[in-house]
Design a binder for this molecule. Structure first.
Ligand code: ADP
Ligand code: MG
Length: 596
């Protein structure tokens, strides 16, 4: 046996295996370097998903010729000035990224500092380092990576399609951009600009929400509350979506620790706990949370990729997140409170106290607009409404007796959303949209088993814009979707076009439907047939059908809905696990009035 020290190139290639797992990881390291260098603008270009070409250009501090030569050496960093691993305030600190990338690709760096009259360039090819040479470049740094993994063919084989790798790059940049609204970002694939985020100055909450809206969607800005809380030196800020804004997966839940995007199970659990009472178990809220933790209380040196962390006291962090989220949601006025009967009773009870303020120093800032909405919510209800809020439909005399039916007889429709029915010993309130959704789902399933789902052509085919990964998830399932009545085709790189929809849906919300399906498919393994997930897929479809809240129903329509519910299995819950109706027994109502 001969033990020998491995040559540096081999060591660097081994490190590269962990540091640059795929093109997106190289982009992450390079963009982090740009952020650490104080850049205000960072432009990224990737070709072929980053496999043949990556360029990251910044206007940061730059490097001198000597610094360039050192930067590509292993374990060379400017970021650990006092060798103190418990005091890391930068994104980088391991001094591994550049030598690792250089070991497995053709790397060129051009850089210039403010005080230098000229720029310098250096190249590393498969680990072979060149010498710094003069070059022309403005202040800042340009890093180019060609033929990533050419020196490690085994890794090359594991790369996914350029489209998939590009989607990972996109996500990487979006995550970093969320934590740094003061920095502008662009991403191009060489032909098109895929991301353009201008730097946003000013108040952090405002700037951040603006940036989050650009990445997570406008509706997040409009349907979220600001979070601000602090405990034992750990500060939590960010924005949390109202429960009514929810998705089929947890992909839009983001956690940042000291400006670093991290994936941590702790977040998933804490968010689940905080929203438990507000949301069905298979729906996920949108959140972006930012922790500022004293560096000594967190360890980022867990994995070379630096996306994992360990908290000194994870219970404290979890408690902070759960507490702050719950408090903010309660403050937002239960705008999406659950509809279970007990909650309804609680709300009906006169003089219910406002939510208790926790002992911890929790504060919540409600952004403009929301503050108004909140004030409106808490304002006393007007005593007299000029419009009748309940339409009384029962036509006494010739109606069937309530005792004949479990869900009773429709007495009124209120707010064009709820049907109030009288049963033998109480009242039933039906959420007409939820109920209709459940019935539609069952109809589609039945039609499928009976040989085919009737479809209807759209007068004008609808184009739905999606990111590349979502397009490919929908397109691979096109044949299966057609069997369910939904005819979809690819439409350029970033969109699909919908030509026909299941007839049972009526006038469907096509945009929402396709987006939710794309979310859902992300959760399925490629090999799983949609038929195995029929309930979920039908549920998603039904959810975007036409009888939503807000449609007027006449007595016959309401009673027909009640009768169909009685005849349909599982109609007591809508497809998302929310109840389709609640029942209040006379005895409970009597209690409300102190009659018992
Ligand atoms: P680390 O970021 O962990 O220090 P890297 O290998 O990523 O290690 O980078 C090595 C060093 O090169 C950094 O510490 C920094 O001094 C310098 N450097 C890298 N990229 C840039 C850049 N875009 N602008 C200025 N300096 C940079
Ligand atoms: Mg680095």
């Amino acid at each position: 046996m001969t033990i020998r020290l491995l040559p540096e190139t081999v060591v660097n290639r081994i490190a590269a295996g962990e540091v640059v797992e795929r093109p997106a990881a190289a982009v992450k390291e390079l963009v982090e370097n740009s952020l650490d260098a104080g850049a205000r603008h960072i432009d990224v270009v990737v070709r072929d998903g980053g496999q043949t070409f990556i360029a990251v250009v910044d206007d940061g501090n730059g490097m001198t010729a000597e610094e360039l030569a050192l930067a590509v050496e292993r374990h060379a960093t400017s970021k650990l000035s006092d060798d103190d691993l418990t005091n890391i305030r930068t994104l980088g600190f391991r001094g591994e990224a550049l030598p690792s990338i250089g070991a497995v690709s053709r790397l060129t760096i051009i850089s210039r500092t403010k005080s230098d009259g000229t720029a310098w360039t250096i190249t590393v090819e498969g680990g072979r380092k060149g010498k710094p040479k003069p070059a022309a470049h403005p202040v800042g740094t340009r890093v180019e990576v060609r033929d990533l993994f050419f020196a490690t063919p085994a890794r090359l084989k594991f790369l996914k399609s350029p489209r998939t790798e590009l989607a990972h790059v996109e996500e990487t940049i979006q995550r970093l951009a969320m934590a740094h609204p003061e920095v502008g970002f662009t991403l191009s694939d060489g032909a098109r600009t895929l991301i353009r985020l201008n730097p946003i100055a000013g108040d952090l909450f405002v700037a951040r929400l603006d940036r989050l809206a650009q990445i997570m969607g406008r509706e997040f800005a409009e349907n979220s509350v600001a979070i601000e809380a602090e405990r034992d030196g750990i500060r939590l800020t960010g924005h949390a979506g109202l429960p009514t804004l929810n998705r089929a997966n947890a992909a839009l839940q983001f956690l940042f620790v000291n400006g670093r995007p991290v994936r941590d199970r702790l977040l998933v659990g804490a968010v689940r706990g905080a929203y438990r009472e507000f949301l069905a178990h298979d729906r996920h809220p949108l959140v972006a949370l930012f922790l500022d933790v004293p560096p000594a209380l967190v360890d980022v040196n867990v994995h070379p990729a630096k996306t994992e962390i360990r908290f000194r006291d994870s219970g404290l962090v979890r408690g902070l997140i759960v507490g702050a989220l719950r408090y903010a949601l309660a403050e937002a006025g239960h705008r999406a409170a659950t509809t279970v009967a007990s909650a309804a009773l609680g709300a009906l009870r006169p003089g219910s106290p406002p939510p208790a303020r926790g002992g911890a120093a929790l504060a919540s800032t409600v952004p403009r607009g929301l503050a108004e909405a909140e004030a409106h919510y808490h304002a006393p209800l007007p005593r007299f409404d000029s419009r009748p809020s309940a339409r009384v439909v029962a036509d006494a005399g010739q109606e069937p007796a309530p005792a004949d039916y479990p869900l009773g007889v429709a007495r009124a429709q209120v707010h064009e959303t709820y049907i109030v029915a009288q049963t033998a010993d109480g009242i039933v309130i039906v959420d007409q949209h939820a109920a209709h959704e459940r019935l539609t789902q069952e109809r589609i399933k039945k039609a499928l088993h009976a040989g085919g789902v009737p479809r209807q052509g759209l007068l004008i085919p609808e184009v739905v814009e999606l990111d590349a990964a979502a397009v490919s998830r929908i397109v691979t399932r096109a044949a299966e979707l057609a069997a369910l009545g939904l005819v979809v085709e690819p439409f350029g790189a970033g969109a699909v076009v919908v030509r026909e929809t299941p007839a049972a849906l009526g006038e469907a919300d096509v945009q929402g439907l396709i987006r939710d399906l794309a979310d859902e498919f992300a959760e399925y393994e490629d090999s799983v047939a949609l038929e195995k997930r029929l309930d979920e897929v039908c549920a998603t479809m039904a959810c975007h059908g036409s009888v939503r809240a807000g449609r007027r129903l006449n007595a016959d329509e309401m009673n027909a809905l009640l009768r169909e519910m009685e005849a349909t299995p599982h109609s007591g819950q809508c497809s998302h696990g929310r109840p389709t109706y609640v029942e209040l027994k006379l005895a409970d109502i009597a209690k409300l009035f102190g009659r018992r």
